[in-house]
Design a protein around this ligand. Sequence first.
Ligand code: SF4
Length: 195
Amino acid sequence: MAVRKKRLADYGLQSERTLMRAKGPSVFERELGADELEERLALTTVEKAVAWAQGYSIWPDTFGLACCAIEMMSIVSSRYDVARFGAEVFRSSPRQADLLIVSGRVSHKMTAPLRQIYDQMLEPKWVIAMGACASSGGMFNNYAILQGVDKIVPVDIHVPGCPPRPEALLEGIVRLQEKIHAGVPPAYEIRGVAE
Ligand code: SF4
C-alpha cells in the first residue's frame, strides 16, 4: 500500500505556499529542488532544540577535591576526549559553568565554599557526584567528611566507583545529556533547593 508523503501543511504550517499547491515553487525552492523541499526540512519544537543545544554544550566548572579529580582531569585528554560530547570547556568561573562535578570527598570545612560555587552558577545547572566519597562519604565514615554531597546540593547523576574510571564519568555525562534531551528538569527543580 502506497504511503502518502506528509506535507508541511499536514504539520500545521498554514502559509500561502503550502496551501496553494498550484502556485508553484519559488526560485529558492527550484534551486533546492521543490519536490524534495518538504522532505529535507526537519520540524521540531523550540523546547527540543534548546534542550538539544544545552545537552551538547555542557561546560563543567573547574573544581576538584581529591583523588577522583585526577580521573576527572583525564577526560579532556586525547585518550578519552570528552570534546566528542561537547563538554570539554572547563570554566574557571562558576558564572560560566553549568555543570558541577563533585570529584572527591567533601570535608565539612569545604561545604560552604562548594555551596557558594553552586549558588554562583547560573540556571539551568546540573551536579554530578563523582565517586563513592562524593556520593556517600565512601570509606571516610568519620566526623570530618560530609556523608554525601546531596546533603548540601541537589545531585542529578551519581557515578559509582573508587575512583570511577574516566569512562564512567563520560557515561555519567552522557546519561545527563539524555536526561536534558528528554526534558527531565534539573535536580534543583525536582527536589527543591537543598538546605
Ligand atoms: S571515591 Fe576513592 S578515588 Fe574518589 S575521592 Fe574517594 S577515595 Fe579518592
